[in-house]
Design a protein around this ligand. Structure first.
Ligand SMILES: C[S@@+](CC[C@H](N)C(=O)[O-])C[C@H]1O[C@@H](n2cnc3c(N)ncnc32)[C@H](O)[C@@H]1O
Length: 238
């Protein structure tokens, strides 16, 4: 806990990332990943293998929701792409240090990919900031890396306090759909996302109800919370 607080203080992050809880969540994920190392291993291996099969070489790749880079094989990306842009609302310290010593191969972009961190009403317009879009104009391959179901979490937990469930669900759907539309309009894009969850042996339930997802090329199960884990945040209103 003390380490987590220290990291929260030391990591450069916007006020938005701090107050939305995204910085704290990202730090918590690092510790959860260590605790769940064995359970997460097949998922991380599956992500890397999928990208290894599907990514061809190119000049510029962008990783959306890059976080701690656990689900990516960075040496592989470096071998196949001249430039790598990592996009996240906050970049962990170890990634910042990596970028510093990458001789310009790793570029970090910090920003809100949901377009909704500032948005206090689920019915208002949602769009990713222009400067972030412009910085990504030259990218030829995008990877959305386990980001989609996380995108609406801060906005939806805020909206739930003041708006009807139907309005919140619609806002969540619009955030997710706009991310998918962004990927659809990219020269090439790969999406890795969780789509369903279940607790124990209960039935599966959709994490992205009503969102128009592409047909999956591959599927696997991510044992994200083995029995000892508690306190995972949920997508959308309960
Ligand atoms: C589940 S993690 C993805 C895992 C990451 N690829 C890794 O290997 O560590 C989700 C990531 O998305 C980022 N994220 C969540 N909401 C975001 C937003 N609105 N804009 C940009 N990044 C966001 C988080 O900071 C986190 O790093």
């Amino acid at each position: 806990m003390v380490l987590e607080i220290l990291e929260w203080c030391l990591t450069p992050a916007s006020l938005q990332a701090r107050t939305s809880g995204l910085l704290a969540e990202q730090i918590a994920i690092r510790h959860r990943a260590t605790r769940c190392k064995r359970a997460w291993e097949p998922h991380l291996r599956a992500c890397k293998a999928f990208l290894g099969r599907e990514l061809q070489s190119g000049s510029h790749i962008a990783i959306l929701g890059s976080g701690h880079l656990r689900d990516l094989d960075l040496p592989y990306l470096k071998a196949h792409f001249a430039k790598i842009t990592l996009v996240d609302v906050v970049h962990p310290l170890e990634v910042r240090i990596m970028a510093l010593f990458s001789r310009g191969r790793l570029q970090l972009l910090s920003g809100d990919l949901s377009g909704a961190l500032h948005c206090f009403n689920p019915n208002s317009a949602i769009s990713v900031a222009d400067d972030l879009r412009i910085s990504l104009k030259e990218v030829d391959v995008f990877v959305s890396a386990c980001l989609l179901t996380q995108l609406a979490l801060p906005a939806s937990s805020r909206w739930q306090k003041r708006f009807a469930k139907s309005e919140v669900l619609l806002g969540v759907k619009r955030i997710c759909q706009s991310h998918l539309d962004f990927l659809k309009n990219a020269p090439r894009a790969l999406l890795i996302t969780d789509v369903e969850r279940r607790y124990g042996t209960a039935d599966w339930s959709a994490l992205l109800p009503g969102v128009d997802l592409p047909r999956p090329m591959e599927r696997w199960i991510w044992d994200i919370a083995p029995p000892a884990e508690h306190g995972l945040r949920n997508i959308g209103p309960e």
